[in-house]
Design a protein around this ligand. Sequence first.
Ligand code: SF4
Length: 469
Amino acid sequence: MQVPLPLKDTAVYWKNLAAIAGKVIGQAARTGPARLFSNAKQYPWLASFGSAPKLYHLLVGSRSGAYRQANARLLKAIFFHGAEAANTLFEQPERLVLNEDLVPPEILFAMGLNSWFVEYLGFLLPMLQPQLAEKYLDVADNAGVPPDICSLPRHIMGIAHAGDLPRPRAVITSNSPCDGGMASYTVLGRQLNVPVFHLDVPYNFYTQRAADYFVKQLENLIAWLEKHTPGRMDFDELARICQRRNAMMEAESNLWDMLRARPAPLAAEAVYLNHLWCFTVRPGTQEALSLMQDIARLAKENYDAQKGALEKEQARALLWGVWPVFLTPMWAWAEKTWGLSLIMDSLSFNRLSPIDTSSERSMLRDLGRHIMAGPMARHSRGPMENYFNDMFFAVENFDIDMLIMSGHIGCKNAQALNGILREKCRERGLPLLVMEYDLSDSRIVNEKGIHAQVDHFMENVMRVKRLGS
Ligand code: SF4
């Protein structure tokens, strides 16, 4: 017999869902039916927002207590922003700049420009409507984009080739994190016919020489943006943004400290998706700061009560690489089926220090350090130590029981290190699951195939019992 949900869990679910629905309906009413229709015609991916309740249900409905609240709070922030961001595309096109995920938008915000994080759709579409993402992958393939390029940039190139990417005033990108990602911006610049600025990240980016070099890069970027857009740099505003960003880092560091406890007070999306959204999409904004502080507070509720996010935490995992985005609810499934708790991932984990806001130069230097050590890039650039030192530090620090290595088929740079990784895990006695999938394309390995890999590993290597059996 199914145990009825506590009243509070039911209330959290419906209250947040109603708030999301209210926001979307409010924005649609503001836009008006005629414009709404023409926008949806111009950008067919807008319709994927219709699948938001399904994703919400899968990520929130299966969790309880403070963990449920954290997920509901996170999804509310993501969808609220999604509804507002869609409007900025249409209302202020002259202030719109497309920025690569490795070039966070603090400088754009300080210049009064609107940022549209290009890979936002690369993550959001496979989460909401995998079939639409696959359609764009086919468009890219048919346009001659090599099919062995990672499906994250390939997907974006498909959207650009289909003419479905918003046309901005300018595009800013970098030579990170990989060849495929870098090459995709040549295609975007050509398809959109707008100027593109490429930041040059040195190979060994943790050195002082690299930091000095990159300050010059950012100064050039600001001058370039002032030439090509109506944005003007306001360093006082940048200082306020960096201060809020530092406060976000402090709240996140408190959250991460609590994750070291067994059982962990929160897990999965409340950790990794929260980080991605706060630091890549909305860094230094009041909304991201409030979200991070709320999630840390919810973690503390569980932590103080010595309560885990999961009913039964049987194994704690570190994920290295990108998760199967089209199967984002897989962690909720793994929690219920195996008591498997995703504690941390490589896109979130970093050991960066806060930004010194005492001068214009110190802000650019420290922001530069953060940009150079962006997600994916910090582990796939420079000497091999950048990759393994962080990995095994995280294993120790978060008391990890097993490592899940993303076998995402397009991430060839990471796959090249798997032989060494196997040896290192064997030496440490750390169970390693190299999970094979494509991050956006469910036709390569589908849900059943991914679940089967986890089932096999948990049963035969981790030797834990399937819950409820
Ligand atoms: S997942 Fe790998 S291949 Fe894809 S964009 Fe990131 S670093 Fe590049």
